[in-house]
Ligand binder design. Structure first.
Ligand code: BV8
Ligand code: ZN
Length: 233
């Protein structure tokens, strides 16, 4: 880390766990009876918009009431130490930006954004909560959806391309708080490693990435990342 010029940090739901945001696949997972793959997809939304909106409104309310945690703030500190630095997040909770991270790529969108599936008109959360259970567009009466990337949907091309470029030119690539099973995000550490990066995983549990990581720091990101920053200072 002392000689690195470019550092990339990929984050998943685990980094927000200590802020009180439930992860997807943990045993306290968001909704035990449903898998994210069943709820977070366009067909499920069209078939049952009430259920999908119930899930997202539940998550929006959680996210409206939480704060970044020491893990997010440690990443803000790291960013100040390197000329080339990127946070690539799978999270849709906006906590990295709220903590003060500057160069953030959101691969899976942002839960605080909403738009009409017919005409694309955007709506803030306040309007969504003031509308009916399934919000419809004022302009064209189309269904409004949350501004997140669902399974089977393409990632925003600009965010993905920038993240892929950052991973392929990283000296050190961190994978923090992700189960490393959702693609194409989960391919980024492999791209980094293939291009000569040192891969470091931070997670209380092992994942499919652990075997190929150069370093595995077992523990909570809210504890490990601040320790790393202190050691670097
Ligand atoms: C695409 C937004 C297609 C919505 C999300 C078969 C094989 C391989 C791939 C596929 C396949 N079948 C389908 C696919 C593709 C699919 C996919 O990867 N599926 C997986 C499940 C098999 N991917 C897609 O569909 C993607 N699109 O591929 O496009 C395409 C291609 C070409 C042309 C056209 C189309 C879209 C993926 C995006 C889906 N959207 N979310 C929402 O949030 O509601 S994914 C969802 O999972 C979240 O975004 C989340 O971020 C993401 C990953 O989960 P994690 O962040 O890792 O969270 P998880 O709970 O799993 O793990 C938490 C980790 O934290 C754990 O390891 C835990 O130990 C750790 N932890 C806990 N506490 C702490 C901690 N770590 C540190 N500190 C702590 N305190
Ligand atoms: Zn519309």
């Amino acid at each position: 880390m002392k000689s690195a010029k470019s550092v990339v940090v990929l984050t998943g739901a685990g980094i927000s766990a200590e802020s009180g945001v439930p992860t997807f696949r943990g045993n306290e997972g968001l909704w035990k009876k449903f898998k994210p793959e069943e709820l977070a997809n366009f067909d499920a939304f069209i078939k049952n918009p009430e259920l999908v909106w119930e899930w997202y409104k539940y998550r929006k309310q959680i996210i409206a009431g939480i704060q970044p945690n020491p893990g997010h703030y440690a990443i803000v500190e790291l960013e100040k130490m390197y000329e080339k630095f990127a946070v690539v997040t799978q999270n849709v909770d906006n906590l990295h930006r709220r903590a003060g991270s500057k160069n953030v790529y959101e691969l899976h969108g942002n839960i605080q954004r909403n738009y009409c599936i017919e005409c694309g008109k955007e709506y803030p959360d306040e309007i969504i909560f003031s509308k009916a259970e399934v919000p419809r567009c004022d302009a064209c009466a189309g269904l409004i959806r949350p501004g997140v990337v669902w399974f089977g949907e393409m990632l925003p091309a600009d965010q993905w391309n920038a993240s892929e470029e950052a991973a392929s030119s990283a000296d050190v690539f961190f994978s923090v708080g992700t189960s490393a099973v959702v693609y194409p995000a989960a391919s980024l550490p492999y791209i980094a490693k293939r291009n000569g990066a040192l891969v470091v995983e931070v997670n209380p549990e092992t994942t499919p990435l652990t075997d190929i990581a150069d370093e595995f720091l077992m523990g909570k990101s809210g504890e490990i990342l601040p320790e790393l920053v202190n050691a670097l200072k």
